[in-house]
Design a binder for this molecule. Structure first.
Ligand code: UDP
Length: 495
């Protein structure tokens, strides 16, 4: 009989957003490295972003492939080619994205039914609640993947299962989330962007996700036990499910190409960026990147530009999408000439892990997306926290209050991404102060840097042979093998 790993065929269904696709593709390669067969099913635009990394994995003898399913953008009222949350023209299209994702059930099921060898487990995003019933019809277990870590999910679970939000009217008062190992406080608006949300659609979608989770076999988390031990335990208890922390999954990227091309082709002038960084003093530069979805207004972008300049600290700032108005301001102000030598602005997709791991980087201004948070942790550097929406305010609390490696920029209100009128502007003075505090060489700054280095080392150990995440991957595969055997899945006939 073959080993448990080689008997298994995992089918991965990632949500169409960079913050979900990127870690799922990493998970796919981690699983394939253990000898399992892995199939990722996604839409053409998303597949295209990952084809080269998957091709390299295949060249490296991994049993892995991407299958393409057409995305029903026309039927769902989305512009053509709009197949990922980072490609939608405005927040008004979020509902259409969810409509389109619901329509994927039937074509995906048809594809999965004819896969060979037959699938033995589905790992699907929480955003595809229908996949629980699909797995049931196929008589195979489903594992859920959500994106964030156990801390954020435990907070969300508690807030959604208590009445604490209804007990306050104020939008600025901080309330403590009860029953947590640490004292964590949050305002009502900060808590309304996750879980049930505040619209009929988000409530429905949350309920469907919760319902589907009840029947799932377990939860896969991109985190590691040493980072949040009490939260991993409490989260598993609260959910009554098996929880496997198998990350930080980004650490599976070893070659420079895999590191540089995560999620998209990096900017064309990547070499110039690296050369510029090579010229900087070790640990002196602040890296600025606000994720794959955040979209600063011109007013906010100008404040950020000025705040960075005022701080006098070297910086490299990646802007994914720039606005004409902002470009005009930059050229009128001759901003890039003013900062020359000390600051670098780069337009396009950042090779984030490559930049973070450069010796010149000493700090990270992050929007607190969970992937960026973990990537900053892996690089062992402290962060300025600038949450924008979703569970990012919770991740900020985690970075600042639990791990104690961050300095808040002072963002108070969640922003609806791409909705100009709801944008709270963080002022240049606050940006300057946060950067100065982060990079200062006094005892407090040193202590933050020391802790950041220590958790960075813990992250690497977790993924190394014998580490906690390494063992959890093995345990998860073992558990799925046993479950498959119990269900007397067709795989038994193949072996
Ligand atoms: N990312 C990147 N280059 C960019 C912007 C983002 O490589 O210019 C990657 C980043 O490394 C992370 C992911 O995109 O892996 C973003 O996920 P995260 O959870 O941090 O935030 P989101 O974009 O989902 O808000």
């Amino acid at each position: 009989m073959a080993s448990p790993s080689t008997d298994l065929h995992f089918v991965l269904l990632p949500l169409m957003a960079q913050g979900h696709m990127i870690p799922m593709v990493d998970i796919a390669r981690i699983l394939a490295q253990t000898g399992t067969t892995v199939t990722i099913i996604t839409t053409p635009v998303n597949a295209n972003r990952f084809n080269s990394v998957i091709d390299r994995a295949i060249e490296g003898q991994l049993n892995i492939k991407i299958l393409e399913v057409q995305f029903p953008f026309v039927e769902s009222g989305l512009p053509e080619g709009c197949e990922s949350f980072d490609l939608i023209p405005s927040a008004a299209y979020i509902v259409n994205m969810f409509t389109a994702m619901k329509k994927l059930e039937e074509p995906m099921e048809k594809m999965i039914q004819v896969l060979y060898p037959p699938p033995t487990c589905i790992i699907s995003d929480g955003g595809f609640p229908w996949s629980t019933n699909l797995a049931k019809r196929l008589n195979i277990p489903r594992l859920v993947f959500y994106g964030p870590g156990c801390f954020a999910f435990l907070c969300i679970h508690i807030v959604n299962n208590t009445n604490i939000l209804n007990e306050i009217d104020s939008n600025s008062e901080y309330i403590e989330i009860p029953g947590l190992p640490d004292r964590i406080e949050i305002t009502k608006p900060q808590a309304s962007g996750w879980g049930k949300g505040n619209t009929k659609e988000t409530k429905e979608s949350f309920e469907q996700t919760q319902e589907a989770e009840k029947d799932a076999y377990g939860i896969v988390v991109n985190s590691f036990e040493e980072l949040e031990p009490k939260y991993v335990e409490e989260f598993a208890k609260a959910k009554g499910k098996k929880v496997w922390c198998i990350g930080p999954v980004s650490l599976c990227n070893k070659s420079v190409q895999d590191i540089a091309e995560r999620g998209n082709k990096g900017v064309k002038n990547e070499h110039d960026c690296m050369k510029w960084l090579d010229l900087q003093e070790p640990k002196s530069v602040v890296y600025v990147c606000l994720g794959s979805l955040s979209y600063a207004t011109t007013e906010q972008a100008i404040e950020l530009a000025l705040g960075l300049e005022l701080s006098g600290i070297p910086f490299i700032w990646f802007i994914r999408q720039t606005r004409e108005e902002f470009e005009k301001w930059l050229s009128e102000e001759r901003y890039e000439e003013r900062i020359k030598g000390r600051g670098l602005m780069v337009r396009g997709w950042a090779p984030q892990i490559l930049i973070l791991s450069h010796q010149g980087i000493g700090g990270f201004i992050t929007h607190c997306g969970w992937n960026s948070t973990l990537e900053g942790i892996c690089a062992g550097i402290p962060m300025v926290t600038w949450p924008h929406f979703a569970e990012q305010f919770l991740n900020e609390r985690f970075i600042v209050d639990v791990v104690k490696i961050g300095v808040k920029i002072g963002a108070e209100f969640p922003l609806m991404y791409k909705e100009k009128d709801k944008f709270e502007v963080v002022k240049k003075e606050d940006i300057m102060t946060a950067v100065e505090v982060l990079m200062n060489e006094q005892e407090e700054g040193e202590a933050r840097r020391r802790r950041a280095r220590e958790v960075g080392e813990m992250a690497k150990k977790a993924m190394e042979e014998g580490g906690s995440s390494y063992l959890n991957i093995k345990l998860m595969i073992q558990a799925i093998s046993e479950e498959v055997a119990k269900n007397n899945n067709p795989i038994q006939d193949i072996v």
